[in-house]
Structure formats: C-alpha cells, structure tokens
Design a protein. Structure first.
Length: 267
C-alpha cells in the first residue's frame, strides 16, 4: 500500500496535482510552488528546506520545474486502489446485508440492521433456558438451539476464514498488493514490503536526479565560462584591431609626408 505522506503536497496538504520538482529535489503541486515564486526578486525559497533558488526570469523558473512522473504515477495508482477498495467495500456490505436479511426472514427474530457485535446479545435475550424449561416443551428448546447454532455458523462464515497467505484462520480483508483475501497481519507485512520497495526506488531516482542535476550545473558553469571567454576574446580583437588601424594610419601619414618632401626637393 502506498504511503499517503509520499503523495501529499506539503503546501496544500492534498494529493499531488501536476507534481513538479525544483532544483533542491523537493516536489510540490505546480500551482502551489508557482504561488511561492517571487516575481519581483525572481527568487524561490523552497517551503521544505528553505533553500534559495535564483532565476533570471519567470520563464526560466517554469522551465526548471521538472514534471515528476514518478509521483504522478503513484497518485494515479493510489486513487485507483482507493476506488477499487470503495467498490469492493460496497459489494461486501451489500452481500452482508442480503445475508442478514435472509437470516432474519428465516428465523424471524433478528433485526436486519443489528450490528454483528450485538448479535450474541440478541441471541441471549431471545433464548433463556430457564424460561424455556418453565413454559415450553423441550422439543421447542432443541429447535431454537439448533436455529441459533446455524445462525452463529452463518455469521462466522461472513467474518473469518483461512488466510490465503499464512493459511491461519482469522478476520480477512482484500490486499491491494496481491489482490488476495488475507488476514490483517499479512496485509501489514505486504504494506511494509511495498513501502520498502517505494523507498528503494525513490532513493534510486533521487540519486540519479541529483547526479543529473550536478552534471547540468557543471554544464551551466562551463557554458558561462565559454561565454565569458568569448566576450573577452571579442573585446581583445576589437582593441587589437583599433591599435593596428591606428599604427597603419600613422605609418601611412609618415610615408606620405616623406614622399611629399622628396617630391618638393627634387621638383
């Protein structure tokens, strides 16, 4: 069974709707985390770990809110399981009511709406051995005892049976992990197995995401360094070009003046 805390947004306290993961690896509903973004300062403070994330624009923030497909699938599976359990519960309740109605019609003294916990009290109140001995023949007492025995067996069949997992007789429910009718103890064990599997998978995905995030950060750093070097190289080219142009112009003027002097001398 999926742990509800894993699929609950810590901001709105509801199941995740369009779960998004921010750079610090925490996930929230997209609408919830969007409401926490500071449009003036272009910053986001994680509601869970208080880490500050700086952005250059609102668009960059939206692009960095990665869709968490793993959480989305968990929410969908949880809702599917809840719907199935609800339908199953309605079916069991309907069958139980029908069985109790049949018993009431057969034996004529147990109300249909009587809770199972009170059935023994009802049976004791309707069956008093001393009263039976005083006012009725013994054959009626035997028939009534037989009726009560059948009733008890019917009730027991509705409540307890052998577990399909441990084969021990006890109260049974339907397990969402294996879809078998098993006892409460086995359901708890299956729930622990699911939680352990989810935690293991979650840690694997988290480690992979953090590794990818680190690679992305290194790439961003390298890209920024390349941009800085390109800007510096561009500035250097402009400066050297201006220097060379000035040098060439200066030499040109010197040689033109020299030629003019020689021309005037030998004119």
């Amino acid at each position: 069974m999926i742990n509800v805390n894993l699929i609950t947004c810590t901001i709105c306290r509801n199941y995740f709707g369009d779960p998004r993961q921010i750079p610090c690896s925490h996930s929230f509903c997209y609408d919830c985390i969007s409401g926490c973004f500071d449009n003036d300062g272009l910053i986001l403070i994680c509601p869970k770990c208080q880490q500050l994330h700086q952005y250059n624009s609102r668009e960059e923030f939206e692009n960095n809110c990665m869709f968490d497909g793993f959480l989305a699938s968990m929410v969908a599976q949880f809702k599917k399981n809840q719907s199935r359990l609800s339908a199953l519960s309605s079916g069991i309740k309907s069958r139980s009511t029908s069985s109790m109605s049949q018993i009431s019609t057969t034996y004529g003294f147990i109300p249909i709406s009587t809770p199972v916990r009170m059935l023994s009290q009802e049976m004791n109140s309707y069956y008093d051995p001393s009263y039976s001995e005083r006012s009725t023949p013994s054959i009626f007492s035997q028939q009534q005892s037989s009726s009560l025995s059948v009733l008890s067996q019917s009730i027991n069949r509705l409540l307890i049976a052998k577990c399909q997992s441990c084969n021990i007789k006890g109260a049974l429910i339907v397990c969402t992990h294996c879809d078998n009718v098993i006892c409460v103890k086995c359901v708890e064990e299956h729930r622990n197995v699911i939680n352990d599997e989810i935690k293991h998978e979650w840690n694997l995905f988290k480690t992979k995401f953090q590794s990818l995030q680190q690679e992305s950060n290194r790439f961003e750093t390298y890209l920024e360094e390349c941009r800085c070097k390109a800007r510096d190289l561009q500035i250097s080219i402009h400066q050297q070009s201006d220097t060379l142009i000035q040098t060439i112009t200066s030499h040109k003027n010197v040689y033109i003046d020299l030629i003019e002097k020689h021309r005037q001398t030998y004119k």
